[in-house]
Design a protein around this ligand. Structure first.
Ligand code: FES
Length: 640
């Protein structure tokens, strides 16, 4: 691992080979002005190479003379070996020692790779619908058994007994057999040891079997194309959930669903978008919709009901009873999804009205349900969903955080997509920002991870106070009064891809503080219900569609996550989508999801008398009781 040393602060950072130099500086909390997001157009991220080797993209923003003297633009450099860089004009970020201590206390949450996650749970590719190639004995006058019986006898030799067959398939059976000269591929769905023939192809199509895995988020929809032969992800697509125009949270959507045609409109919107996303993801993978056998879909209980056009109205009324939590296999064509009529949709099982298939999906992907270690699982989405437990017991709760961490209700919030600002640093003296975007493309907005770091950095640089109020008396042009009140200008219009400044407003900050307060209150209420503290937790997984980076130290600094030893915490990515993917590739995973859902004890936060008090107390950065965040307290006091 190359080491990069930044002077004059003498900060050394271990980075992987080819790491972007600006990202390395971010990692080491070394401030370099960077306002274009790492695109190479603002020309501000100047560094001087003193030792070592960098791969540099040429730029006209530096003169030949400067290049000879070793000047480089950090965002255009990849680290090739150990290197030493000097930041030309020193820009201190304040008390380094204290920042380092915070970093030590809460190291970056480790981002798990797809391989890590598959290793955690170790499911083999063994899907619920499998394809079998068979050569059926041709009929003759001496062998005049009917077509279906002869097919059943052939499949029996392959281990499939007591088969049933879909009526639709039976209608075409004789023709398909003869079309393929009795050499055919049979798709067989196996559920609870019952086998059903769901499709017949009149050729060998065993090499082509696909699944679509969907995450039905309240704010964001994700789709993946998965190869059911290798288990590989072939293509992805995502978009905001179009149901947002009918209401931002599940409650307003339930209210809308009971209006005339409300349910139909909500279902049509989400299914229409998934058809679009599936098309896009399939095009990216160069595959066809005809190859799809399985669709798995994970979402909270309300989203799952709306996805299938089932009324969620009782979820909202005491005693809060959904129509279904353990879903049967559903013929995809019935739902309106564009997919072969033989394909089946499997909605992941949930536990209760407010702990749905997205949570069981994350619990499955984390492997916590079969771990000896006491584990905390947190999914930060429009709802904060929290699970505590291990292989012996599981306890879950859900709190409404709102869509802020997914970019909703934030003026320049956006999904974690190309050009989204995902990391932010602020200079403590001149309050100038250092930003990095996904794909180092021109900034379009701020995604969840960017919002968390931006909030933390604004607080650290004292641009905002613990109540989230912006100080308009600072000597900087970055803070100003905008149309909707005080705001901080993160990106000037000329550096942005959109035709206006990218700002964070006081209203945005207020929404973020409410969201983090709800999540923190949910975590601490659940811990209290279990009679333990965060220190008793042996490992923690954080899930959410943040993007590639979740800086745990910044999440603790704003009081989203309790202060704890960061080495216990791992970042799982989108837990709901991961679970949907595992259920697509593995019948065993599908079965275990049902077991997880049955095992979870559900804690209803709305009837817990302490939840609201905890929420109110957390409406501060990091918290009204700063003693709960000792490292942040020291940082705020400016001491070590
Ligand atoms: Fe490097 Fe703008 S030129 S961040």
């Amino acid at each position: 691992m190359p080491k990069v040393n930044f002077l004059p602060d003498n900060v050394t950072v271990d980075v992987s080979k080819d790491e972007n130099l600006l990202r390395a500086a971010m990692q080491g909390e070394v401030h370099i002005s960077a306002t274009c997001g790492g695109v190479g157009t603002c020309g501000k991220c100047r560094v001087v190479l003193e030792k070592g080797e960098l791969e540099t993209t040429d730029t006209e923003l530096l003169t030949d003379e400067e290049k000879k003297k070793g000047y480089r633009l950090a965002c255009l450099c990849k680290v090739k070996s150990d290197a030493e860089l000097r930041i030309p004009v020193e820009a201190r970020r304040g008390e380094r020692a204290v920042l380092d201590r915070l970093r030590e206390a809460a190291a970056f949450g480790v981002m798990l790779s797809t391989e890590d996650i598959h290793a955690l749970v170790d499911f083999k590719v063994d899907p619920l619908i499998q394809k079998v190639y068979v050569e059926v004995e041709k009929p003759s006058l001496s062998n005049n058994t009917d077509d279906l019986s002869r097919l059943e006898q052939t499949l029996k030799k392959k281990g499939y007994e007591d088969l049933s067959i879909d009526y639709d398939i039976l209608v075409d059976l004789a023709e398909k057999l003869r079309e393929g000269d009795f050499k055919i591929t049979v798709s067989i769905m196996t559920l609870d040891n019952n086998h059903t023939i769901v499709r017949i192809d009149s050729s060998d199509t065993t090499k082509s079997n696909l699944a679509l895995a969907f995450d039905i988020g309240t704010t964001t929809l994700y789709a993946e194309v998965i190869d059911l032969i290798s288990g590989d992800i072939l293509g992805k697509a995502s978009d905001y959930n179009p149901q947002i125009s009918f209401g931002e949270d599940v409650i307003t959507r339930i209210v809308f669903s009971v209006k005339e045609n409300g349910l139909k409109k909500l279902q049509k919107a989400v299914i229409g978008d998934f058809n679009k996303l599936a098309k896009e993801a399939l095009e990216k993978s160069g595959r066809k919709i005809e190859e799809v056998s399985i669709i798995t879909a994970a979402g909270n209980t309300t989203m799952a009901h709306l996805f299938l056009g089932i009324s969620p109205k009782n979820i909202r009324q005491e005693p809060y009873i959904p129509t279904v939590t353990h879903w049967p296999a559903i013929k995809t064509s019935k739902v309106g999804l564009k997919s072969p009529k033989s394909s089946r949709t499997f909605v992941l099982p949930g536990r209760a009205s407010y702990v749905g298939g997205d949570v069981t999906a994350g619990v499955l992907a984390s492997g916590m349900y079969k771990s000896d270690k006491l584990t905390l699982y947190l999914d930060v989405g429009t709802n904060g969903e929290i699970v505590l437990g291990n292989k012996e017991w599981l306890m879950a709760c859900s709190c409404s955080a709102g869509p802020a961490f997914e970019g909703g209700t934030i003026q320049h919030g956006c999904r974690a997509t190309l050009g989204a600002i995902e990391q932010v640093r602020l200079n403590w003296e001149d309050h100038e920002p250092m930003i990095l975007t996904i794909g180092q493309a021109k900034p379009i907005g701020i995604c969840g991870s960017g919002l968390i770091t931006a909030l933390a950095e604004l607080f650290l640089a004292k641009v905002i106070n613990p109540r989230g109020k912006i100080n308009l008396n600072l000597e900087t042009k970055r803070t100003r009064k905008g149309k909707s009140g005080a705001e901080y200008v993160l990106v000037n219009k000329e550096d942005a891809k959109i035709d206006r400044d990218i700002v964070i407003t006081e209203v945005d900050i207020d929404n973020l503080i409410r969201a983090k307060a709800a999540v923190y209150a949910g975590i601490t209420t659940l811990l209290d219900n279990a009679g333990i503290t965060i220190d008793d937790v042996e490992q923690a997984y954080i899930a959410g569609g943040f993007g590639n980076y979740l800086e745990l130290d910044k999440a603790m600094l704003i009081g989203l996550f309790p202060e704890t030893d960061g080495s216990k915490v791992k970042f799982l990515g989108n837990g709901s989508l991961l679970g949907a993917r595992l259920a697509a590739i593995s019948a065993k995973a599908h079965k275990e999801l049902n077991d997880i859902a049955r095992r979870m004890t559900y804690i209803e936060l709305s009837v817990d008398p302490t939840f609201m008090d905890r929420y109110m107390a957390a409406l501060f950065l990091p918290h009204t009781d700063v003693k709960l965040f000792p490292t942040v307290k020291k940082l705020m006091e400016g001491g070590g």
